[in-house]
Design a binder for this molecule. Structure first.
Ligand SMILES: [Zn+2]
Length: 517
């Protein structure tokens, strides 16, 4: 009798283990099938990047994107909502046209910076001037009246429009070394002169505006062919535009040789007062532990020089596609699977910081957060984020992902928590196990990050699909995991810089009333 019972018991255990294994395999199989056979990535990418466009905080396009995401989730049967967390200065980009009209006519490649004030309807036509070399702030102040009625060039002209990798390939070692030396000297002299003016990147445009300049012309080269970084304007009444390296260099040389070049700039934009800012949240409710959460995380906003394709259109696509796949392949998760499409990450993780601050009960119930935000590449690095026991669960989950996806992934356990960089830092600061799914670069830092070339054509859809499958399987494994994940923090290393023991970051409040200068 005893023997029989134990045999029966053994059989039941074996049976249920193998059924569980089979179920798991079946769900993972279904995830992979859905991702490969019915991918929505290209259509989502087209609608978001080409149709809606860039998603600068405070713009109507940002709101359009939030509403589009809600409609998508509803069409997939996933409840979704926009949660307001603050307000921002409302602004809408209009047409930018920049032409040289003297000493000859040439249309130039450039654009107004985010939040740039508008030119008058017919634009502004004026001569260009460059900054003088000064000994001190007094000399600069004495020069300032010269900018009245002028357009002022405020960036250093680059000595070469070829990126270093191109020099490395073709230059003689001697000429490459010479160029770098001269460039370093030019950079140092420019920096020193800027210090002498007593002003900086932020205050200089304002001082020029106050002295009667009619526009600011900058050029923030991103050290690649055709790429400039496009950030925000600091002027309040006059336009600030960025010109591509080639045009900026030409104009600078024309000013230096006494040709008195003139530009005609039309840079239209609209100020829209204060507008609300949102996070888009969608959820598949947990059937057994609805108060525990697996969070898929990617910021939704972008800068607006391009269309925010790799920062963070691709992270957005990964999380949306993973949610769509999970809803089909795993419709009744054990824990709640929640996706957060955060607003205003670019101005300081504002959306995710607000979510963490506003939803302590969700943060307390976090099983795991998976964030992706460094480009279109397949995931190649995952860190345990400083959670001492993260290997025990994350390692186990990763083991269930097909080898062809995990083969290239380098893991670090326990790792250290982030101090910023992207939204997982907001959760780590609150002690919630949050992990960055970190991508292969695909020349992200120079070519697409915050540049005028961050567009649909840079997306590598095979890699994005790979990441959607990885994310969906990790979410499934985290949801099914028998226990709640450990939050025990590792003892952090001693900083080689300060010689002091690193401390765990603490939660920071978001900027909830932004862009008010
Ligand atoms: Zn980003």
């Amino acid at each position: 009798m005893i023997k029989k019972t134990s045999l029966l018991f053994t059989m039941l255990v074996v049976c249920s283990i193998s059924m569980l294994a089979q179920d798991k395999d079946a769900t993972i199989e279904a995830i992979i099938q859905e991702a490969n056979k019915n991918s929505q990535l290209e259509i989502l990418g087209h609608q978001l990047m080409d149709g809606i466009g860039p998603r600068l905080v405070g713009t109507p396009q940002m709101k359009n994107a939030h509403d589009w995401a809600i409609a998508k989730y509803k069409s997939w049967g996933i409840p979704a909502r926009n949660e307001q967390w603050g307000e921002w200065k409302g602004w809408e980009r209009g047409i930018t046209h920049i032409d040289m009209v003297h000493p000859r006519v040439q249309s130039l490649r450039g654009t107004q910076l985010a939040w740039s004030p508008s030119t008058p309807k017919k634009g502004v036509t004026a001569e260009l001037v460059v900054l003088p070399t000064v000994a001190d702030s007094l000399e600069f102040a004495n020069w300032l009246p010269n900018v009245k009625g002028k357009l002022v060039m405020i960036s250093m002209p680059q000595p070469t429009g070829r990126p270093d990798y191109n020099w490395e390939e073709f230059a003689t070692e001697k000429s490459f070394e010479k160029m770098k030396k001269e460039r370093d000297a030019q950079n140092d002299a420019w920096r020193e002169n800027m210090q002498n003016t007593g002003l900086n990147r932020r205050t200089l445009p304002v001082a020029l505006e106050d002295a009667g300049a009619v526009g600011i012309v900058a050029s923030y080269w991103s050290r690649g062919f055709g790429v400039n970084k496009i950030f925000g304007a600091y002027t309040k009444e006059i336009p600030t535009v960025d010109l591509e390296l080639e045009d900026y260099g030409m104009l600078y040389r024309l000013v230096a040789s006494g040709q008195k070049p003139e530009l005609h700039i039309v840079a239209k934009s609209k100020e829209l007062g204060k507008v609300p800012t949102f996070n888009t949240i969608a959820e598949i409710k947990g059937s057994e532990k609805p108060d525990e959460y697996v969070i898929l995380s990617a910021h939704f906003d972008s800068w607006d020089g391009g269309t925010g394709a790799t920062d963070n259109g691709t992270g957005t696509l990964v999380m949306m596609e993973a949610m769509r796949i999970l809803k089909k392949a795993y419709p009744n998760p054990k824990r709640t699977i929640l996706v957060g499409h955060w607003g205003s990450e670019e101005q300081g993780l504002n959306g995710s910081r607000a979510f963490v601050e506003d939803h302590p009960e969700i943060v307390a119930g976090v099983q795991a957060v998976f964030n992706q935000d460094n480009g279109t590449g397949r995931v190649v690095r995952i860190s345990g984020g400083g959670f001492l026991n993260s290997y025990d669960y994350l390692g186990k989950w990763l083991h269930e992902v097909p080898r062809e996806i995990t083969d290239e992934i380098e893991t670090t356990f326990p790792g250290t928590p982030a101090r910023g960089g992207s939204d997982y830092a907001s959760f780590q600061a609150a002690g919630a196990p949050a992990f960055s799914l970190s991508s292969l670069s695909w020349s992200y830092w120079n070519y697409t990050w915050h540049t005028n070339r961050d567009t649909y054509d840079k997306i590598i859809f095979d890699d994005v699909k790979n990441n959607a499958i990885l994310t969906a399987i990790l979410a499934y494994m985290a949801s099914e995991h028998p226990e709640k994940t450990s939050r025990e923090k590792a003892v952090l290393p001693i900083s080689s810089r300060t010689g002091e023991q690193l401390e765990w970051p603490t939660p920071r409040s978001p900027e909830r009333d932004g862009g008010q200068n």
